[in-house]
Each structure stands twice: as structure tokens, then as C-alpha cells.
Design a protein around this ligand. Structure first.
Ligand SMILES: Cc1ncc(COP(=O)(O)O)c(C=O)c1O
Length: 383
């Protein structure tokens, strides 16, 4: 239809003018290497922090599950898609996170857009750290609850909102990334937990970038050897676990509620058996080898030290460039030096904070990290 194509074309032209048009680039991955446009690049943009997506044991588990159960789940989990591997994965996740139960969703995005509306509605209040992932914001919007953003990691601001609005609302939920995906810092989960308890609010931490990396692999609720009281521990199996799928670890009652009320659980097909088998195999390795799980953070710290940046708190280190065109130019410069570091632009990050986002994996050689840091220091930061 003409009006439809005109609409799309005008939108695209406006995005192009603002340098905000995005296009997927074909990328073939082999370990820490990525091939793009015929060039082999050392990737610092994959969230495969433990390189599990290509680990021989993980790949073998996926192949074996495919041979045994087939490729697809065939239906939603409440129909016939609840194949036998789910129970094993869920009990492992609950064990790792120290909760009574766990529930696996189709993806992290589907998890948050299912969990939040199953817990909160029009009579309720939701507080969100402003830098939280898009799927937390989407889940909150879908719930119909009154949503307030608090300034990033600002406990005083969060408390002001609770003091002003909590009593007028039936229930309250505080939602935050555990590790912030574009900044790499950790949420103040212990302080958030205390605040939540003072105001009878429920705390949800999205540990997409913490599982497998922080706290001996158990995630950001276990950072620095302590344990924050987080009743809703959500995350994804697509990053350090190297597979796909989202999860919630919580009490029996909450998990049972998800299984019967979360719309993204009920109305979406179960995950393919090989994906679940791969996640189980990867969790096996993570549980067995916390020293390996500590490697991405060690590498990120090394890089941050070379650049005199604040100590890295996770496997993610941002270098804020500012303008979108400068971030794109810096990414191209690194590509010409053999590195893949994708520029992150608004609206993923606030206007004026376009950046290079470096993601470190266990297998990045130290010598390459040093060379990358040298180039960034001299040619991007210019000091
Ligand atoms: C913090 C955070 N939450 C959720 C997600 C979504 O997870 P998934 O890719 O499994 O949908 C991501 C990234 O993709 C993320 O960075």
C-alpha cells in the first residue's frame, strides 16, 4: 500500500538524517572472532562472556538433544511443549540462585514483559531505575500500573517517590538491572532491598549480564561475597550461558503464578530442546568452575586499568564518546585495526552519551586487550 510505504520511508529518512537508522550486519562468529563484510575481526561486542555458545560440551549437548527430541517444542509449554529438559534446567537455575523454584520463558524480553504484568496492575506502583533495560520498561507499560523512573542508582530519589506515592497504591514493585547493560555498573541491590522492605515493595533484579560472571557465576545478588535479598531474580540464558531463553527464580508461589498467569509464558511456544540442553550443559560448567567464571571481569578490569577508567564492576566497560557520529567514527577506526566494537547510540543510551561498549570474554588474550586499549587511548580518547 502506498500510504504504508510512504510512512515507513519517511520514518527511515528521518532516522537516517539523525544517524539513528540501524541495519543488521551479517556476522559469522567463531569463538572470539567475528567475520563481517569479508573481514575477520576480534569481537568485543558479544555477550557470550564465557564463550559457551561454542564450547564443545555445550554444542554436543545441543546436538544430542536434537537427535533425541527434535528441533522444535511444537506448542506452548501449557499444551505439549513442556519437554523433559525444562524440569532439569529449572531446578538447576533455582539451585544456583538459591530460590525455591524457577520458571523458564522464551527469552529475557519475554520474561520481563510476562512477569511484571502478572504481578502489577492498574492499582499498583512500579519504580524503575532510569537506565534499566527496554524490556523492564515495556513490561511496566503493559501492566497498566503507575510507573515512576528514579535517577540512576539514586536511592534518595527512589525513596522520595515511594514516600510520595506508596500509600495511595495497593502494591509496589521496584525493578532494576542487576548489571546495567550499557554502563556495566552494578545496581545497589542491598540498599534497594532494604528500601523495598521499608515500603513493602517487591524487588525485581534483571541479571542478564550478571549470571555466569558476577558472584562466582551466581549473579549480581551474590556480588562481593554477600547475598542481597532479591525475591524476583530474573535473567537470560542468552549471554554468559551462551544459549537462549529467559528465567525467573523466586518462591514456589510466585513461580506457580507465572505458569498460570504470565501471558508470554502461556501464549508462546516452548523453547527448542537443543537450546535447553545447551543451557544445562553451560550451567554445569559454570557451577563447576567459578575461577573460569571470574575471567571476563578480570579482563574488563585489565582494560579499564590501561585506560585509567574507574574499576570495572562487570564484563562491560563503556567508553563514552558523546556525539553519535563520533561513536560511529570510533567504531570504524577500531574496525580498521581489526576489532569489532559496535557503537551504541540513542535511544538505547541517553542523547549525548553515544559510546563504545566493550564486552570482555574469558578467552580474550591479554595482549589483544593491551593493543586495543592503546588504540582507544591514543586515537579515540587522545591522551
Ligand atoms: C538487562 C537485559 N535484560 C534483558 C535482556 C533481554 O534478554 P533476551 O536477549 O534473552 O531477550 C537483555 C539483552 O538482550 C538485557 O541486556
Amino acid at each position: 500500500m502506498r500510504s504504508l510505504d510512504e510512512f515507513a520511508g519517511e520514518k527511515l529518512a528521518a532516522l537516517e538524517r539523525a544517524q539513528l537508522r540501524r541495519t543488521p550486519v551479517v556476522t559469522a562468529r567463531a569463538g572470539i572472532w567475528s567475520e563481517r563484510d569479508g573481514r575477520r575481526l576480534l569481537s568485543f561486542s558479544c555477550n557470550d562472556y564465557l564463550n559457551m555458545s561454542q564450547h564443545p560440551d555445550v554444542v554436543a549437548a545441543a546436538i544430542e538433544a536434537t537427535a533425541r527430541y527434535g528441533v522444535g517444542a511444537g506448542a506452548s509449554r501449557l499444551v505439549t511443549g513442556n519437554h523433559p529438559l525444562y524440569a532439569e534446567l529449572e531446578s538447576r537455575l533455582a539451585r544456583l540462585k538459591g530460590t525455591e523454584a524457577a520458571c523458564v520463558f522464551g527469552s529475557g524480553y519475554l520474561a520481563n514483559t510476562g512477569i511484571i504484568p502478572a504481578l502489577a496492575g492498574v492499582d499498583d506502583l512500579i519504580l524503575i531505575d532510569e537506565f534499566s533495560h527496554a524490556c523492564i520498561h515495556a513490561g511496566a507499560k503493559l501492566s497498566g500500573a503507575e510507573v515512576h523512573l528514579y535517577r540512576h542508582a539514586d536511592m534518595t530519589h527512589a525513596e522520595e517517590i515511594l514516600a510520595a506515592h506508596r500509600t495511595a497504591k495497593k502494591r509496589a514493585l521496584i525493578a532494576t538491572d542487576g548489571v546495567f547493560s550499557m554502563d556495566g555498573d552494578l545496581a545497589p541491590l542491598a540498599a534497594l532491598s532494604a528500601l523495598a522492605q521499608r515500603y513493602d515493595a517487591w524487588l525485581l533484579a534483571d541479571d542478564a549480564h550478571g549470571l555466569g560472571v558476577i558472584g562466582g557465576g551466581r549473579g549480581s545478588s551474590f556480588a562481593n561475597g554477600s547475598r542481597a535479598e532479591v525475591p524476583l531474580q530474573m535473567g537470560t540464558l542468552s549471554k554468559a550461558v551462551g544459549a537462549y531463553g529467559g528465567y525467573l527464580c523466586a518462591s514456589h508461589a510466585v513461580i506457580d503464578l507465572m505458569r498460570t498467569r504470565a501471558r508470554t509464558f502461556i501464549y508462546s511456544t516452548g523453547l527448542p530442546p537443543p537450546v535447553i540442553a545447551a543451557a544445562i550443559a553451560a550451567l554445569d560448567i559454570i557451577e563447576r568452575d567459578p575461577v573460569y567464571a571470574a575471567e571476563p571481569l578480570r579482563k574488563a578490569r585489565l582494560f579499564a586499568r590501561y585506560l585509567n577508567l574507574p574499576e570495572a564492576q562487570s564484563a562491560i566497560v563503556p567508553v563514552i564518546v558523546g556525539a553519535t557520529d563520533a561513536a560511529l567514527a570510533a567504531s570504524e577506526l577500531l574496525r580498521d585495526e581489526g576489532f569489532l566494537v559496535v557503537a551504541i547510540r540513542p535511544p538505547t543510551v541517553p542523547a549525548g552519551t553515544a559510546r563504545l561498549r566493550f564486552a570482555f570474554t574469558a578467552q580474550h588474550p591479554n595482549a589483544d586487550i593491551a593493543r586495543l586499549a592503546d588504540i582507544v587511548r591514543m586515537r579515540v580518547l587522545r591522551h
